[in-house]
Design a protein around this ligand. Sequence first.
Ligand SMILES: [Zn+2]
Length: 339
Amino acid sequence: MRKIFIILPIIIVLIIMSTIVFFLLKFNNTYLNNNYNNEIEVISVEGLTIDLESEPHSELFELISNYIESNSNNYVFYDNDNSVEEYVILENIFNIEFHISSIEDTQYLKLVNRQHEAVNTNHNLIVPAANHITTSRNNERIHISLLTALESLFYHAQREVGHLTLISGFRTYEEQMIIYNNSINNSYVMPPNHSEHQIGLAADILPIRYTSLGSMRGTSEAIWLSHNVSQFGLILRYPNDKYDITEVAYEPWHFRYVGLPHSYYIMNNHLVLEEYLELLQNIDELKIELNGKIYTISYQTPNNGYIFVPENNNFWISSSNLGGYVVTSWKYLWGKKNV
Ligand SMILES: [Zn+2]
């Protein structure tokens, strides 16, 4: 009888340990790195409204600034949409409740080019499941959002134009250095720290019937891709007539994930990321209607460390690598036809 008291806990511990090992093995292949290391803290102010049109209340801002100064991260300031009068702000000025939470900097619109380095990157990488998309090498890693887009893109391409392969996804600094040092033509290859591949949001895609990227120019797949990638949140990053801006020669195989509706606007207006970010910097906001939603996009440079975002959760943020953030928010257009 006494034996059972010794054996039973051992058996239980063994069962628990083997279950843990099983799950570790099962998920380790898929989720290599799933932590968000570029989080921005969000501050919301309970019961207070700041009129964005008027001069912000200095004491309130001083209070917030002091808080921000004592904490080193980036901050986003929630715009509370209740209509509360200025005198309420004055009455409550010294009785503010801060609510701190974290949101991810998606980096979807982060500019990486010959002038702007791929610093502070968010390596939210994943290895595609073999049965979902074809890759040219084992353990190719890409950003999880790019993978989702590619799965959908490859599926539609296969039905409409032909089978595609992912040739190159995420690259480390060392991998980019090797490619750069071995490259014959530097108008295609970026120096280390200047490649979008280093943020995991770029993909080189090739029709499976070809073996070299160079043979892709003018193929039916290249044409199909340039017409269809925007639906999946992707853009053709280096079009053939934008060399003076991108400083990269035409690459029909290189696509960058920027997310919807940005991809749609960029491709429809025949822009490149550099031009799009410049446009956003020069306007208050951009409104885009797409798939039953109305999007509001604004570029904001942090003021004392904070930017304004909507109170609800229908928004995401991306650093631009130009000092500001792109805030993308949306509302549903109920009853309206899809675009
Ligand atoms: Zn590429």
